[in-house]
Structures are given as C-alpha cells and as structure tokens.
Design a protein around this ligand. Sequence first.
Ligand code: PGA
Length: 260
Amino acid sequence: MYLGILDTPELASAAAARIVLAVFKKEPNSILGVTTGSTPEGLYAELRAAHARGEFTLANSQAFALDEYVGISADHYERYRNVLRRELVGSRNTGLKNENLHSPNGLVSNSAAVAAQYDRDIRDAGGIDLQILGIGSNGHIGFNEPGGSLVSRTHVTPLSRQTILANARFFGHYPRNVPKTCITQGLGTIMEARILLLLAFGENKAEAVAQLAEGPISARWPATITQMHPEVYVVTDAAAASKLELSELYQERWALKFGA
Ligand code: PGA
C-alpha cells in the first residue's frame, strides 16, 4: 500500500489525478471503476480539466459504478448513475459515452439477479483496471458496511444507520429520504480490480484511515481488506491522516515512488 498525505483535498485530488493519467497513458482503453460521494469530486474536476487540455479521455473506455441505491427513481438527482453522468459523461466532461457507463440497475424488483449479473458484466468486460474508492467514516468501501463478508460479490444490502445519517445531506438533510437498500460491488469484486485508488479527506475519516492502513484486517473495518491487495494507492489530506502512527514512513515510501 502506498499512502500519500497531501496538505489539502485539492492537492490530494491533483495527486490522485496524476495516478489516473499515468495509468491511462500506459493503457488508454483502461476500464475505470468509479465512485460517488463528495470525495471524488475534486478528482473528477481534474480529469475533466485534463480532458479539456487533450491529455486524457474516457472516449474509448468503459466505466463501472461501484454501487447504486435500490428503489430510487430513474430521474432522481442523487441516483448514482445520474451523478456519474453529470460528472463524467460527454465530450464536455471526460468523453465517456453514456452507453459505456455501467451501473447496477436499482430500479427493478429482482435486484439480487441484477447484482449477480453485474459481476458477470465486469468479468466479461475484462475486469476493472483502476478502481476509484472513497471510504466511509465507519470504514466501508462501496456500501460494504461493517460485519459483512470480506470476500463478498456484488450484492444487495441495507445501509447502516451511520451511512444513512452521513448521506442525509444529499437528501435535504432528511435521513428518512435516504434509500435504505443498495446494490454494491462486494469486497471480493473490488479486490479483483488491478489497481485501487482510495481517497479520504477530513478529520471524520481519520479513524477509518488509521484502521485501513494500520489496523488488523477485520470485517469491523471493511476497508482493511485492501491490505491484501497488491497495488493500492491511498491519497489523503492532512486531517484524514491525523491518526496514523507511521505517517513519516508512508511519506518516505511515497516520495521514493512519486518524488517529493
Ligand atoms: P463521501 O462518502 O465521499 O461522501 O464522504 C464516501 C463513502 O461513503 O464511501
């Protein structure tokens, strides 16, 4: 695991964007795993800017969403497919074509079948090359909440109370308006991506980041499973890194790989 600690979310987003650009420079048709939430917004802005400069495009790529709410209406502003379309799809964004943005369909009643098919779709596309991730303050990645299987496949699952409260800000600050169920890539699915790029900003992520890097691997903090992944980049701001015990060591390792 490489852990980069930048002073601000802006600097961290720029560092994360450099990693994405390097992957696409080497393999321009890479398959990108994409996530939602506040955390990746700065990274997506960097990718749009790189696209505008002609340095990056998803025009020839496919993207797979990490998760989706179940039962949210097709045109809901916060439906993750709609969020990702606004952030990434189209020539004014990153060039990604709408038909090449894949997301679990949370609109249908047989969501368990949709979940199983989603894993097959990822596999049939050749697997995800680079998966962008955030992290919940409870250590979830995707909607893999504490206590779930560390080897799960894409599945339907309830959101934890903590996540519903955290996401209420996207639903007029009314927890009751947050969907209660979602389809998420499982931890086993996420671990099959060739590279993981996880971003975390703010003090409320500090405990989760400390567990992620330094805690024992445990379903209590689902993101700890990424310690078993061969190529993980974690990019944080100073606040999210504030509970790490070995930050100096991580900084040295990061500097050796990417320069100071
Ligand atoms: P956030 O969510 O980026 O909105 O903090 C991250 C997550 O819950 O995975």
